[in-house]
Design a protein around this ligand. Structure first.
Ligand SMILES: Nc1ncnc2c1ncn2[C@@H]1O[C@H](COP(=O)(O)OP(=O)(O)OP(=O)(O)O)[C@@H](O)[C@H]1O
Ligand SMILES: [Mg+2]
Length: 123
């Protein structure tokens, strides 16, 4: 079955700093993945590349089997890809989460074909 969202050897460097290295990721319809890691691990960088907000240094991104690596962010959104950031500060901590969902292969999905959750907690 074709993954609804896939990356192949996705890489991102900022100068000498390599943040993402050869990420092979597959999300099938109905899957949920959690992406966790310490501050600076590259979570936001990865999501930004999926969304098209940040161009990868190399590697490919597929949405419903279609190569969208060079497709602008607005077009990816039209195909059903979305990201949402949420921040709920409290007196002692700030919890931030990002949820995202990808399109059905036919695009313009009203219901998410799949979803993922990114969450981290800052002190
Ligand atoms: N535009 C940029 N230019 C240079 N370095 C960057 C840029 N964006 C991110 N970085 C660096 O890339 C690394 C990964 O950052 P990123 O924001 O993706 O991590 P993160 O896992 O989302 O962190 P946090 O948990 O703090 O949100 C960090 O070292 C960060 O300083
Ligand atoms: Mg982040």
């Amino acid at each position: 079955m074709t993954p609804v969202l896939e990356t192949r050897k996705l890489c991102k460097s900022f100068g000498a700093l390599t943040v993402a290295q050869n990420i092979d990721f597959r999300l099938h319809a109905g899957d949920r993945h959690a992406l966790i890691g310490p501050n600076g691990a590259g979570k936001t960088t990865f999501v930004n590349m999926l969304m098209g907000a940040l161009a990868p240094s190399s590697g490919r991104i597929y949405l419903g089997g279609e190569d969208v690596t060079r497709v602008p962010q607005a077009q990816r959104v039209k195909r059903g890809l979305g990201a949402r950031s949420r921040s709920t500060p409290s007196s002692s901590s700030c919890r931030c989460s990002t949820t995202w969902r990808s399109a059905s292969p036919s695009g313009a999905a009203k219901r998410p074909a799949c979803g993922g959750l990114l969450r981290h907690t800052r002190k």
